[in-house]
Design a binder for this molecule. Structure first.
Ligand code: ATP
Length: 226
């Protein structure tokens, strides 16, 4: 049965892995994941809130609140699932470790790590970053205001591993970098937190269910006034 499952898995569409702080999740994340799901023919996109982010400050909202915001936001969207493995793991959330555990769960499946352009530009600072492409593809979402590097290690990596063919992401289970233009929504979690701290409502930047959790949990400290 295990063998049969593996064979079946080999012919299934790729899994998109969307990691982030999601502090809070917003329509920039959701629209990006949705466009990737459709354009790249992913079987599913797994939203993976991080526990302790290694490259930045501690998130403002507790991991349980961030997890419940993600769960609420993706509710009802076919192909979107939440994966809490990073939140439940001790220590910093290194992508390479996360991908190793996914590889164990899905040995033959193509995996596509979804990152925004800003995150991709920081890749050479990630822990064991070169190993990531042994485990998955990297799918880069083009974000407002960011340009591709035209020199340095990322430029070299792109020349070596870049592809414009969606089929490459389906036919190999790892190793390619694919850049995909997504609808540019200039929304950031930082801006939402700032808004909320001043008592304003982030309505239409994030789903109403998320706004409700922000308000009820007071995770960004303020009760919304309007
Ligand atoms: P912050 O403002 O706290 O830095 P953020 O809005 O960038 O947060 P993250 O949770 O850090 O959100 O982002 C998770 C991933 O989503 C990253 O790869 C990031 O590049 C991407 N991302 C964030 N906002 C957008 C957006 N508006 N459009 C496309 N991708 C986005």
């Amino acid at each position: 049965i295990i063998y049969e499952n593996h064979i079946r898995e080999k012919y299934m569409n790729p899994i998109g892995v969307f990691g982030g702080t999601f502090d809070p999740i917003h329509y920039g994340h959701l629209r990006t994941a949705y466009e990737m799901l459709q354009a790249l023919k992913f079987d599913e996109v797994r939203f993976m809130p991080c526990g302790k982010p290694p490259h930045r400050n501690e998130p403002r909202a507790d991991s349980t609140v961030r997890l419940s915001m993600v769960t609420a936001a993706i509710q009802g969207q076919k192909g979107f699932i939440v994966d809490d493995r990073e939140i439940n793991r001790e220590g910093p959330s290194y992508s390479v470790d996360t991908l190793k555990t996914l590889r164990t769960d899905f040995p033959l499946r193509s995996l596509g790590l979804i990152v925004g352009m800003d995150a991709f530009l920081g890749l050479p600072e990630w822990y064991q970053w070169r190993e990531i492409l042994e485990l998955s593809h990297i799918v880069v979402a083009h974000r407002p205001g960011w340009r591709m590097p035209d020199m340095g290690p990322l430029d070299e990596l792109l020349k070596e591993r870049g592809t414009h063919r969606v089929d490459d992401l389906h036919q190999s289970k790892s190793g390619y970098i694919y850049i995909h233009e997504v609808t540019q929504l200039e929304i950031s979690s930082t801006d939402i937190r700032t808004l909320v701290r001043s008592g304003r409502n982030p309505r239409f930047l994030t789903p109403a269910s998320v706004t409700k959790i922000i308000n009820d949990s007071k995770c960004y400290k303020n009760k919304l006034t309007n």
